[in-house]
Design a protein around this ligand. Structure first.
Ligand SMILES: NC(=O)C1=CN([C@@H]2O[C@H](COP(=O)(O)OP(=O)(O)OC[C@H]3O[C@@H](n4cnc5c(N)ncnc54)[C@H](OP(=O)(O)O)[C@@H]3O)[C@@H](O)[C@H]2O)C=CC1
Ligand SMILES: CC(C)CCC[C@@H](C)[C@H]1CC[C@H]2C3=C(CC[C@]12C)[C@@]1(C)CCC(=O)C[C@@H]1CC3
Length: 375
């Protein structure tokens, strides 16, 4: 785990039944309990902007935990957050969402460190080896689908996926399955009597039913693993609500819009970052026609922050909450019904439970075989 200096602030309450905003007695009188918020992929882009905005919203009432795969980048993000919010408590965890053992180890550490988890932002994500279809893009520019194309990226992007050392498809493992395992492992801290917890997924407008198949949930055979993983995210969120709402756990999905981050810079690799910046006036113009061009991580994190402020019971499990920015640059959040069915979400859930069980068995076998048998 990442070494860090911890500030002498009170630990969250040890009582599982204590309400979210309760006070507890300490040697120095009564102290308001901190809400514990964990964000995956928090060291850059939308995740980092969210952390910044959460701390601006409530510096002292939150215990923010950044779960990142790269220790140096995580430490840099923590330093940046503390520079603007010196009174904040920001912890670090090393976690690679694409690795089963890393997720299980991190979950264990979370359970040891914190005995409550109020918000879990499932934000880490990748779009590896993207291929931009310039021909389809120019055809799209002169078609009736031009606005949809700019809002969703539909029809102009494909990716080449890889396989993880656990034998899972890279995009599926990183964007969806690692997060699913994390939730399952964290059940004891997420589902506590007398308290609600929220899961917030960074999904995408690129989630598309046509890219997803229940017969191939990992998208081994297609060329749109990213779109498939985000559609699966939408389905999974619905089934998590079905299975966990009665235990006080609620799940929602967000579409941050089109945001310029490391992920999107990778789409046109021959296009250096400064050229994207030069295109800003073009993007501002496009924003007049589609409010999905949020462009900055700050704007893109709007719906993620909005959900933080909502009562989870009031949220619609069939809605995707979109971060939107108007032509004049004003941010707002709007729910849109998702193109998903209850039956498909349940079928996916069953398949994920089966994969979880297979993966755990495989890991146990590898571990019992001992390190000498590992390649
Ligand atoms: N940018 C956009 O237009 C949109 C983005 N999204 C989604 O937003 C989320 C955040 O992406 P964004 O901010 O754009 O891009 P960034 O690349 O800036 O952020 C992605 C974050 O995920 C982390 N990450 C990647 N792989 C892993 C892994 N295996 N384990 C742990 N962390 C990992 C990255 O860490 P590291 O720095 O080490 O790579 C990084 O912190 C993603 O889920 C993405 O799909 C959705 C719609 C639009
Ligand atoms: C003038 C040209 C260089 C403009 C090129 C624009 C496209 C590269 C982008 C238009 C819509 C964008 C988009 C995404 C990526 C970049 C675009 C295709 C996403 C697919 C990125 C990841 C997501 O999750 C959703 C985004 C939707 C819009």
């Amino acid at each position: 785990m990442i070494p860090q200096k911890r500030k002498p602030v009170p630990e969250p309450d040890a009582q599982p039944f204590s309400p979210q905003f309760s006070c507890r007695a300490t040697g120095f009188g009564f102290t308001k309990m901190k809400k514990v918020v964990l964000v995956t992929g928090a060291n850059s882009g939308i995740g980092l902007a969210l952390c910044e905005r959460l701390l601006s919203h409530d510096t002292e009432g939150l215990l923010l935990c950044l779960a990142c795969r790269n220790v140096q980048r995580a430490q840099a993000a923590r330093a940046a957050l503390l520079a603007s919010h010196p009174a904040a408590q920001v912890d670090l965890l090393q976690m690679d969402t694409s690795s089963v053992s890393s997720v299980l180890r991190t979950a264990q550490e979370v359970k040891v460190r914190y005995n409550r988890l109020d918000y879990l932002y499932l934000n880490a994500g990748i779009m590896p080896n993207p291929e931009f279809d310039a021909k389809a893009f120019f055809r799209g520019l002169f078609s009736s689908k031009v606005i949809t194309m700019f809002a969703t990226g539909d029809g102009i992007l494909t990716q080449k996926d890889g396989v993880t050392p656990d034998g899972l498809q890279q995009v599926f493992a990183t964007n969806l399955f690692g997060h699913f395992l994390l939730i399952r492992e964290l059940e004891p801290v997420l589902c506590q009597e007398g308290r609600t917890s929220q899961l917030v997924w960074t999904s995408s407008s690129n989630a598309n039913r046509s890219a997803f198949s229940l017969e191939d949930i990992q998208h081994r055979r297609g060329t749109q693993p990213y779109s498939s993983s985000k559609y699966a995210t939408d389905l999974l969120s619905l089934s998590l609500n079905q299975h966990y709402n009665k235990q006080g756990l609620y799940s929602s999905v967000v579409s941050p819009g089109f945001v310029m981050t490391n992920l999107t810079f990778g789409i046109l690799p021959s296009f250096p970052a400064f050229l994207w910046t030069l295109l800003m006036p073009v993007f501002w113009l496009i924003r007049v026609f589609t409010n999905t061009f949020t462009l900055t991580p700050y704007n893109g994190s709007e719906a993620l922050l909005w959900l933080f402020r909502q009562k989870p019971e009031s949220l619609d499990p069939y809605a995707k909450y979109h971060s939107l920015t108007s032509g004049l640059g004003n941010n707002y959040t709007q729910p849109h019904k998702m193109d998903i069915t209850f039956e498909t979400s349940e079928s996916l859930y069953i398949k994920l439970l089966q994969l979880e069980s297979d993966t755990r068995k495989k890991l146990a076998e590898t571990q019992s075989a001992g390190p000498s048998l590992k390649t």
